[in-house]
Design a protein around this ligand. Structure first.
Ligand code: 0PR
Length: 388
């Protein structure tokens, strides 16, 4: 740290230098991220509430009301009245909260090591959770469609099963597990079911094409106990905005810790001090866009996914892993190994990511990706493949 500070101009010159090293979503070069350019109206709201701290909600009563309204709206979107929950830092924290609740419930009836049944496709946040909470993971294999193989679940349930986790929009392929069936199993065995809809939560309710309307993936399924739904993914909110929704208020309250000297008696979040700006941004987006606006955003994203899928399907040497259900497409090229292809694409400036299972190039078509970017990307991809 400097002894004596430097002038404002020099500071901002330096900040600009650092910022130049960062990628920009609008460049269209970021093709492997689940975050996107935050909507301008959300950023405006964010700035307005930047000094708020929901860790001490009595000081920021208006922001606290907004959080309640956001949780209630997200609950409603997911077919739940009187939802309980919080706007948190992201999907990781949301998943941690759900698993903490499930563990506390388990501990009310057993001293054994709790087991969590989850698909192989679960996000790596569960690896952290398993280690932090000393859980025993019980992985369910995937079907040929890369979904949790529901037929295997019953056989994996033991007296130590603490929870089942299912995914509505997997990180690597965007696949939606058969939540309806999994919920039936969880209900009949009285097991906690958490649905990680970090990505899908802001997409599936707005997909009004094909048969997705009928897709029951949320609290409409009786067995669903809690859900993750992240505004900072397809909700277009600035980071950090994750969402955790509980069906029962008593479950959220299991997380409560007494906070004697604060303006509220207890706190039901993992973190203490936390921004209210993300909540204000999310509140703004939900009210500004409404369902109609989000339907339009999701439609555009899925239309571009379909367009990209068709083009890739017709491209020589390209093998698509599976038909996309959301806005992710993964593929391999039969003449270039995946990692080499990723490197070569990077030389052209394209930041794609690589899925681990199956090992493949992974595209995430978030709203900052436009048709012209995809066309330019496909041209470069074609060049690379022809070159081999
Ligand atoms: N659940 C699912 C299904 C996810 O895909 C993710 C993150 C999480 C939970 C965890 O969410 P947070 O990262 O908000 O805690 N999925 C993205 C991924 O791993 C996160 C991400 C976003 C990565 C933007 C890179 C990036 O540029 O791909």
């Amino acid at each position: 740290m400097l002894e004596k500070g430097i002038d404002k101009k020099s500071i901002f010159d330096k900040l600009n230098d650092y910022q130049k090293l960062d990628l920009k979503y609008e460049s269209g070069k970021i093709l492997g991220s689940m975050c996107t350019k935050p909507d301008p109206i959300a950023m405006q709201a964010y700035k307005m509430f930047i000094e708020t701290n929901l860790g001490d909600p009595g000081l920021f009563k208006g922001t606290a009301i907004m959080e309640e309204e956001v949780i209630s709206s997200l609950g409603e979107l997911l077919h739940l009245n009187n939802a309980s929950g919080h706007i948190v830092t992201g999907g990781t924290e949301a998943n941690i909260m759900a698993m903490c609740v499930a563990k506390y419930l388990f501990e009310l009836r057993s001293n054994n090591v709790p087991e969590v049944i989850l698909p192989k496709s679960a996000h790596f946040s569960f690896k952290k959770i398993i280690s932090m909470l000393s859980l025993k993971p019980v992985y369910v294999p995937l079907t040929d469609e890369y979904k949790m193989d529901v037929s295997k679940i019953e056989g994996l349930i033991t007296e130590n099963t603490m929870a089942i986790v299912a995914i509505a929009g997997t990180t690597e392929l965007g696949m939606i597990d058969d939540i309806e069936e999994i919920s039936r199993i969880a209900s009949s065995r009285n097991i906690y079911l958490h649905v990680d809809a970090a990505l899908g939560g802001f997409m599936i309710p707005f997909m009004n094409n094909e048969n997705s309307n009928k897709l029951n993936f949320d609290f409409k399924c009786e067995g669903v106990t809690s859900m993750t739904i992240d505004p900072h993914k397809m909700g277009l909110a600035p980071v950090p905005a994750g969402g955790i929704i509980f069906r029962h208020r008593e479950h959220l309250e299991l997380l409560a810790v007494k906070t004697p000297y604060l303006t509220k008696d207890n706190q039901t979040t993992i973190v203490g001090t936390r921004t209210g700006a993300a909540t204000a941004a999310t509140w703004t987006l939900l009210n500004y866009y409404g369902k109609e606006g989000y339907r339009e955003i999701v439609k555009k994203t899925l239309d571009l996914t379909k367009y990209t899928y068709k083009k890739l399907k017709n491209m020589e040497h390209i093998n698509i892993i599976c038909k996309p259900e959301l806005n992710l497409i993964s593929f391999t090229a039969n003449n270039i190994p995946v990692d080499n292809l990723q490197e070569e694409l990077l030389e052209y400036g394209w930041h794609v990511s690589v899925a681990e299972y199956p090992h493949a190039i992974r595209l995430v078509l978030m709203p900052h990706v436009k048709k012209e970017h995809i066309d330019a990307f496909l041209t470069d991809l074609n060049k690379l493949i022809k070159k081999e």
